[in-house]
Design a protein around this ligand. Structure first.
Ligand code: ADP
Ligand code: MG
Length: 582
């Protein structure tokens, strides 16, 4: 007798459930998505014990009539697609017709539903695939689905459920994703009878972000949009101040569906390059709209990943849209001085702490104070009509400790980290110039030579184009020795041999992990750092004036290429507050 049997339908559903229903949060996601597809404008999610005991979703959507209520729980039962053509352009959140069948195969499910034109509703109960008959009942228009004791007949899977708290965290995350994508829907989340969230509809995305996260997050977002080649992008970009150590404030939506996408995450990271420390994650809420047939949602059981037919276009357009906004914005760090009576341990006081620390360590010596002669950079034309007043030209300045420049501006003053700012300026210049051609170089009067190991000379050979682009001309000079014949004019301040050794070391170390573009970018960072004014270097008036003037020419100068701030602002208003004048 053969050993192969065809599994009965309930087994098939249970196996499908393993893919779609991982934990209570997956049930919440599927049920709420169904409510949205049903046109609901008000949805309430109530769970008990982190969803392990009960998950209940009530909506005021279109509802189901008796016939639909029976078939809704059949596998592959869907009202959302009919032909394979529909599969190519899916505008609803659901379409596979397997969520309800899956859920009903692994829990006790009770559903009450009523359509707008019916006088009463119907109720159906299913216990792990066992369907009881349909019963008429009184009900409001819409649908309520209650899911009890998920996985109770599957001890192996029940065992994998985590504590109520952990499961609740997952549920909240699903709720947040849905809430961000649907600001026109009123949403509530209850846990053990207590209200966790009650979100008002029609207040816009910023208000919803404030309700879901905090007012601080909502207040620190820049808005931007772009529309090109059928791809519409709307983004809210967090200022560096609210960047976090994880990507928990990054949300990407495609036509109303939360997705995860490594191309888009990479574009976000690239857009912020230089604006925040590379180890931190900016807040970013990105809403993409594109024709349904430009991507495939049917590649992942929970549809959290999609396949773009032109992923490069998506990447480059998002990067361009975000970067343009960030470059056009003055992201200078605004200093907030801590109240002396309150210990400044709050996270958002990092800058203030750093400043305090700085002044503690660099307490000016009495005699040094004598050097602090404020220097006047001459008359300045003020442009009051310009709304970005903080970027108008600084008027008086002062170099302290040969490291920092304090410069007055319209709102107060800024403290410039001379090395960090100059490094940023150099980096932008280098980047601009190498973009189209190679750097202009100059023959060295005496070629500088240096020795190489076998590995280093291999690295050199493999990256010959990179050095060409930089305008560095190299010639072999005896065994294991190479001579630098020409060197870029822009890097005049750097030591050629020293620079080459560091670049070769970096290339040897990173060539295998980075792509060509990122590698070249690293080299530019290095070059900028080496060619920049150093900390501890006394500057002449004209050097300081140049630095301040160049600050205006680069569009975004508030962070060095390493992501550290280059400029910290103090406003008169803040000072007045500190001195209790207001
Ligand atoms: P899918 O959403 O992929 O179509 P589901 O198993 O999630 O599959 O749902 C099956 C069908 O049940 C849906 O296509 C829809 O017609 C109906 N349905 C499910 N939930 C609701 C609801 N809350 N309101 C109205 N109809 C619903
Ligand atoms: Mg569905």
């Amino acid at each position: 007798m053969g050993r192969i049997v065809v599994l009965d339908q309930n087994m098939v559903n249970m196996i499908a459930a393993g893919e779609v229903i991982e934990r209570p949060a997956s049930v919440v996601k599927e049920l709420v998505e169904n409510s949205i597809d049903a046109g609901a404008t008000r949805i309430t999610v109530a769970v008990d014990d982190g969803g392990r005991k009960l998950i209940s979703v009530t909506d005021n959507g279109g509802g189901m009539d008796a016939e639909d209520l029976v078939s809704a729980f059949e596998p592959h039962a869907t009202s959302k697609i009919k032909t394979s053509d529909d599969l190519r352009a899916i505008s609803t959140l659901g379409f596979r017709g397997e969520a309800l069948a899956s859920i009903a195969s692994i829990a006790q499910v009770k559903t009450v539903s009523r359509t707008a034109d019916a006088l009463a509703g119907n109720c159906i109960e299913i216990d792990c695939g066992d369907k009881a008959g349909l019963m008429p009942c009184s009900a409001d228009v819409g649908t309520t689905i209650q899911v009890r004791d998920i996985f109770y007949k599957l001890p192996a899977r029940r065992k994998f459920l985590k504590s109520a708290n952990t499961e609740m965290t997952h549920i909240v995350e699903q709720f947040i994703r849905i809430a961000l994508a649907n600001t026109s829907i009123e949403l509530a989340l209850m846990h053990n009878g207590k209200e966790q969230y009650r979100l008002t509809a029609q207040q816009g995305i910023r208000a919803r972000i404030a309700e879901l996260f905090s007012q601080e997050v909502a207040d620190n977002l820049l808005e931007t949009q772009s529309e090109e080649k059928g791809l519409h992008i709307a983004a809210l970009l967090g200022k560096p101040a609210i960047a976090t150590t994880s990507n928990r404030l990054q949300y990407i939506f495609l036509n109303g569906r939360f997705i995860r996408d490594k191309f888009i995450s990479h574009a976000i990271k690239e857009a912020y390059r230089g604006a925040i420390d590379p180890s931190r994650f900016p807040a970013a809420f990105i809403f993409i709209k594109m024709p349904y047939d430009d991507y495939d949602v049917n590649v992942h059981p929970t549809k959290i990943e999609v396949r773009f037919f032109n992923a490069n276009l998506v990447h480059s357009q998002i990067l361009a849209c975000l970067r343009e906004k960030l470059l056009a914005t003055d992201l200078d760090t605004l200093a907030s001085v801590p109240q002396s009576s309150v210990p400044p341990i709050r996270r958002d006081n990092k800058v203030a702490e750093a400043m305090e620390e700085f002044f503690r360590r660099h307490r000016p010596a009495g005699q040094r104070q004598m050097d602090f002669v404020a220097r006047d950079s001459g008359p300045v034309t003020r442009d009051w009509g310009n709304e970005r007043r903080e970027t108008s030209i600084e008027r008086r300045y002062l170099q302290i400790h040969d490291c920092f420049i304090i410069a007055e501006n319209d709102d107060g003053f800024v403290i410039i980290d001379q090395h960090a700012l100059h490094e940023r300026i150099m980096y932008e210049q280098l980047k601009r110039r190498v973009h189209n051609s190679h750097l202009e170089s100059q023959k060295l009067l005496v070629p500088e030579s240096f020795q190489l190991t076998k590995e280093q000379s291999d690295t050199l050979e493999n990256n010959s184009q990179l050095f060409e682009k930089l305008g560095i001309e190299l010639v072999p000079f005896g065994p294991k020795t190479i001579a630098i014949q020409s060197f870029p004019v822009l890097l005049a301040k750097a030591e050629p041999a020293d620079f080459m050794r560091d670049v070769i070391d970096m290339l040897t170390e990173k060539a295998s992990t980075l792509d060509a573009d990122s590698l070249f970018d690293e080299v530019l960072h290095m070059a900028a750092c080496k060619a920049a004014i150093k900390a501890g270097q006394k500057l002449t008036d004209s050097e300081i004036e140049h630095l301040i003037a160049d600050k205006q020419t680069i569009e975004q100068s508030s962070h060095c290429p390493h992501g550290r701030p280059t400029v910290i602002k103090f406003t008169v208003a803040e000072l007045e507050k500190q001195f209790k004048r207001t």
